[in-house]
Write a protein that binds this ligand. Structure first.
Ligand code: IFM
Length: 454
């Protein structure tokens, strides 16, 4: 295959968003409520007291947003379907108006020459299903598989690439252990049950999708964060292993058919979820690709006061040590992406890999010239693209890269206070301004190479 700058000619340069973060129109055309509607409307849960009621108003502005992507030269767009928009109570009757919206968007993308990649679950569980127990309830896994199958029956003739779940760690741990995301629980047992049922639902959905249409590509997206020990002390090394088990291996291992990691099972003890005899085989149903979302690494030290006896080094300390830190408090550590991709390739060997998210939040502002100059984001992406290039050269089957995000949007518990977009959104007027990083990305795609920032 002809190479240019280290990327295959058909490399999928993409960008990603998620329904609740951009669509708005939460009460329009028969959409049902999701756990994020409930959570964001609960006092004190979102930093700026905001919610996704309007967000980027993408529900009404999708045509312009597709034009924008076309202008940038985006080859593939990763969007998510809001489950409660198409099935207001999670199962049963389809909401045709909701489905029509996604049909319009998908057709608009195809007309614009942009390949859609659809995520079925990016955190907006129908509230009705939450009322019946949510992800900690086993029945939710079956209900999800049914929803997935219905979507594929309706859209599978136009959408080739399907991602069952986005970031099961966040659904389970941020949502059910740390209480920072919907539904805001703080219970290890519930979190582990949620993780198990999310993984089970992925396997069931993959099987259902395959039975309906064997030609489609199906995979899952994990957010993986490599850990590095704070020192070479034995205790820090051990703590880093635990962190890795908690964050990465708990999901990678069962998907690869290895079951849940033994060290973590021992640690979780009585909080371990109920695993039925065939569950692990279902979870390990072969997929076509693995999506990886990478933002940063974690530096880990032993801490006897923490429930799992590890603590992550905080942003102040990292800054004090000279690290560059984004607005999220995350270290800029590009090498972590390359090392992670190499590790996953060598240790787990998925057929194909995509970086389904990578990007950074910075405090962007519109300048006196009406433009948004965000050199730190361009530097961030440039350095991470270089890592992608490095590992492709080393034989990692990385086929695409989705920058998070097409535009600034509702950053969950942080509301609108964090801007990840390569496009700036003025939330008062809904004006979009392509940032300098977006213009640079345009050049990257045009050249199919990691263009040096000017
Ligand atoms: O905005 C989120 C996205 O929804 C999931 N992955 C991480 C992003 C940045 O925090």
């Amino acid at each position: 295959m002809p190479q240019s700058g280290g990327f295959p000619a058909d490399f999928l340069w993409g960008t990603a968003t998620a329904a609740y973060q951009i669509e708005g129109a939460v009460r329009e055309d028969g959409r049902g409520a999701s756990i994020w509607d409930t959570f964001s409307h609960t006092l004190g849960k979102i930093a700026d007291g905001a919610n996704g009621d309007v967000a980027c108003d993408h529900y009404h502005r999708w045509r312009d947003d597709i034009k924008l992507m076309q202008e940038i030269g985006i080859r593939s767009y990763r969007l998510s379907i809001a489950w409660p928009r198409v099935m207001p109570s999670g199962s049963g009757a389809l909401n045709q108006q909701g489905l029509d919206f996604y049909e319009r968007v998908i057709e608009g993308l195809l007309e614009a020459g942009i390949t859609p990649a659809v995520t079925l679950y990016h955190w907006d569980l129908p509230q009705t299903l939450q009322n019946r127990g949510g992800w900690p309830a086993r029945a939710t896994a079956e209900t999800f598989a049914n929803y997935a199958d219905t979507m594929v029956r309706r859209l599978g003739d136009r959408v080739q690439r399907w991602i069952t779940h986005n970031e099961p760690w966040c659904t389970s741990m941020l949502g059910h252990l740390l209480g920072e995301h919907a539904p805001g629980e703080r219970d290890l047992g519930k979190a582990l049950a949620a993780a198990h049922h999310v993984l089970l639902s992925h396997g069931l959905a993959t099987q259902a999708i395959r039975a309906t249409n064997s030609k489609l590509e199906v995979g899952i997206t994990l957010n993986l964060t490599p850990g590095d020990p704070a020192s070479d002390r034995e205790a820090d090394q051990q703590a880093t292993q635990t962190f890795d088990g908690f964050f990465n291996r708990w999901f990678l291992d069962p998907l690869a058919g290895r079951g849940y990691p033994q060290d973590m099972q021992t640690l979780y003890g009585a909080a371990m979820p109920q695993v039925e005899p065939n569950d692990l085989a279902v979870i390990a149903t072969p997929t076509d690709f693995l999506g990886i979302n990478y933002y940063t690494r974690a530096i880990i030290a032993y801490d006897a006061n923490e429930p799992l006896q590890f603590a992550q080094r905080g942003p102040e300390k990292l800054r004090g040590e000279g690290a560059e830190i984004t607005e999220m408090g995350w270290e800029v550590y590009p090498q972590g992406l390359g090392d992670l991709l190499l590790r996953v390739h060598r240790e787990y060997g998925p057929k194909t890999l995509y970086v389904t998210e990578n990007g950074a939040a910075f405090a962007d502002e519109v300048g006196a010239d009406g433009q948004v100059h965000d050199p730190a984001r361009t530097r961030y992406l440039h350095a991470h693209f270089a890592e992608a290039e490095r590992v492709i050269q080393a034989g990692v089957p990385l086929r695409g890269y989705y920058v998070w995000s097409l535009m600034d949007n509702f950053e969950w518990a942080f509301g609108y206070t964090k801007r990840f977009g390569i496009t700036y959104v003025d939330y008062t007027t809904q004006e979009r301004i392509l940032k300098d990083s977006g213009r640079w990305y345009q050049e990257v795609i045009a050249e199919n190479a990691n263009v040096e920032p000017r």
